[in-house]
Design a protein around this ligand. Structure first.
Ligand code: N01
Length: 560
């Protein structure tokens, strides 16, 4: 087997392109860079490939995008040969896929694992980036690409006394490599976002008792996960099927995978499904109820496609929200617990979760919901958690408390651009980018799915491929035209930030406290970070800019 952590080989210390991150973005980028004849190296702090899927090994971790769509499209042979076994792939299966890609395209020989990038400094005189690592290395490159992911720096709130807890403390986003056995243990989970919603049903099956500390309830819709049968006609589960992916067998999708991708690229979230073309308030209450029921039976995030205006009109949104609230009340037997689990805010404002038996788990006698919405956790003590004036004695504590999303990882690296300009100063009031791809004062630096791009509001694989293709096409263009430096202009960046804010300002997704706006991190500026104008509009803009010779960027050569 290929050595996965071999940092001892003699290595060049200058490359055309340095890539930070060996997740799905970094892997595809390396493949494309090699194909285009650039020398490239990936650095990653993990011991192997996979990015988010390397770290998020918590029980029940799955992708909430259907597996046939959460897969690369760049290589038709890869699309055909890989066989997903379930409608929603588990973390181990997705990691196997990342490993398969690394092996199939012989990527590991240009990846340096176990290497945390601590600094990135632009040397304007030499027009190159100097990357410093925690191994004490300095590696330079003409271009640096941050493929660092949107949810890669975990958030552990500063609970008083946390260090005093005598048992193990786990974070869902930095789960240990070895399987953790909760059998016979009393376990506490803090947080009820997507990671908690996936892990709670599994942990509840193992634990002697599970306490869930909930500050804000989350909306979740069922996954109706199932094996993906390979014979035509056998994967229909008898449910009313909505959307291409739900209707089609693996063979049917593989017979026209390009068609599926094409349909996905026309959707705001880059997911192929057939949305309803009606508005929620155009139809009668009975009709609407039946429609929601059908989408509930279909399962997954397309639920928000039940009507065209669910993310546009608060009144329409409320009809969908109320439908889900009723589902929670019908599922959870104890009415007090049910009411505590019912969210009151806009559905889809926080990212909609997709679950397998989440609400049902609260009917178990070994599960207790601790509603801390009115009164936060007081402190952690050696034996457990103090909240609501009580002590909850625990053997293990799980932080399902999310991430310093979109900016956290970049802000941790000391990035200095032209003239020593620091990224943390530039982003002190929130991220500022041009297209989420580049920044003024940071020449020859690209971010893959950076803030200001649709990223987390889309199927990430589709967005990653679009960004990687755009960056590599740009590098090809620069080389062909003997251009050695590219930098977003201040005016183009300013205009993009204004546009980003305008589309986000009155958008429903901007109406509650979520990680999209940094609300989960104390002192983080409250700015809606992903681009909410939709994937097709964004892609058109990127293509137009490239076709116009990279308008909004200043291009120069060392000889000029
Ligand atoms: O994190 P979150 P996550 N005291 O930020 C609570 C992706 N993902 O890891 O809502 C008490 O959503 C916090 O409460 P509140 C997906 O994009 C994808 O679950 O801030 N509680 C919340 O309940 C997702 O959206 C998959 O009031 C505290 C929870 O911790 C994103 O990752 C699977 C607290 C954090 O929820 C993040 O999900 C899983 C405190 N001091 C995740 N601080 C896929 O399927 C925070 N909380 C691809």
């Amino acid at each position: 087997m290929t050595s996965r952590s071999d940092n001892s080989r003699s290595r060049s210390s200058h490359f055309d392109v340095l890539v930070i991150g060996a997740g799905f973005a970094g892997l595809y980028l390396l493949h494309r860079l090699r194909g285009a004849g650039f020398s490239a190296r990936i650095l990653d702090k993990a011991a192997d490939v996979g990015g988010t899927w390397y770290w998020n090994r918590y029980p029940g971790a799955r992708c909430d995008v259907e597996s046939m769509q959460y897969a690369y499209s760049f290589c038709p042979e890869l699309e055909q040969e890989w066989v997903w076994t379930e409608k929603y792939a588990t973390q181990p299966e997705i990691l196997r896929y990342a490993n398969h890609v690394a092996e199939r395209f012989d990527l590991r020989r240009d990846i340096q694992f176990n290497t945390t990038v601590s600094s990135a400094v632009y040397d304007g005189d030499r027009q190159l980036w100097v990357i410093g690592t925690d191994n004490g290395e300095q590696i330079s490159a003409n271009f640096c690409v941050m493929a660092t992911g949107c949810l890669s720096t975990t958030n552990t709130p500063d609970f008083k006394g946390l260090d005093s807890f005598a048992g193990p403390v786990y974070h869902t986003g930095e789960w240990p490599q070895d399987e953790i056995d909760f059998i016979g243990q009393t376990v506490g989970v803090i947080g009820t976002g997507a990671s908690a919603i996936q892990s709670i049903p599994i942990i509840a099956e193992q634990a002697k008792h599970l306490y869930v500390f909930q500050r804000t309830p989350h909306y979740s819709v069922p996954a109706w996960n199932r094996p993906l049968a390979s014979e035509p006609g056998t994967q229909h589960s008898g449910r009313k099927a909505y959307g291409y992916d739900a209707d089609l067998t693996i063979e049917e999708i593989k017979a026209d995978y390009a068609g599926l991708r094409q349909r996905a690229s026309k959707m705001l979230n880059a997911l192929a499904f057939i949305p309803n073309r009606q508005a929620a308030l155009e139809v009668s209450d009975d009709e609407r109820q039946a429609e929601y029921e059908a989408w509930w039976e279909r399962g997954g995030v397309p639920f928000l496609g039940a009507y065209t205006d669910l993310l546009k009109s608060q009144e329409s949104n409320e009809t969908a929200a109320e439908f889900v609230r009723q589902k929670i009340r019908q599922t959870v037997k104890d009415p007090v617990v049910a009411e505590a689990l019912v969210p009151t805010y806009t559905i889809g404002c926080k990212r909609l979760a997709v679950d397998s038996g989440y609400y049902e788990t609260y009917n178990r006698s070994n599960v207790t919901l601790v509603d801390i919405s009115e009164s936060p956790i007081e402190r952690i003590i050696p034996t457990g958690v103090c909240a609501l004036g009580q002590e909850y004695t625990l053997d293990a504590l799980i932080m399902a408390t999310g991430f310093d999303a979109m900016t956290g990882t970049l802000m941790k690296i000391h990035i200095k651009g032209r003239g020593g300009c620091s990224l943390s100063d530039k982003w002190a009031d929130g991220p500022r980018t041009y297209l989420g791809l580049g920044m003024a004062d940071f020449p020859n630096l690209f971010t893959i799915t950076g803030p200001g791009s649709p990223s987390v509001l889309t199927n990430m694989l589709q967005s990653i491929e679009q960004h990687v293709d755009w960056v590599v096409d740009c590098l090809n263009y620069l080389r062909a035209n003997e251009i050695t430096e590219i930098e977003a202009t201040q005016s183009a960046e300013d205009a993009w930030v204004v546009h980003n804010d305008e589309v986000a300002d009155d958008h429903i997704r901007n109406s509650c406290s979520s990680w999209y706006i940094g609300a989960n991190i104390d002192d983080k500026p409250r700015v809606f970070m992903p681009y909410v104008g939709g994937f097709p509009r964004y892609v058109d803009k990127c293509n137009e800019i490239a076709a116009n010779g990279y308008s909004g960027f200043t291009l120069s050569s060392s000889s000029s």
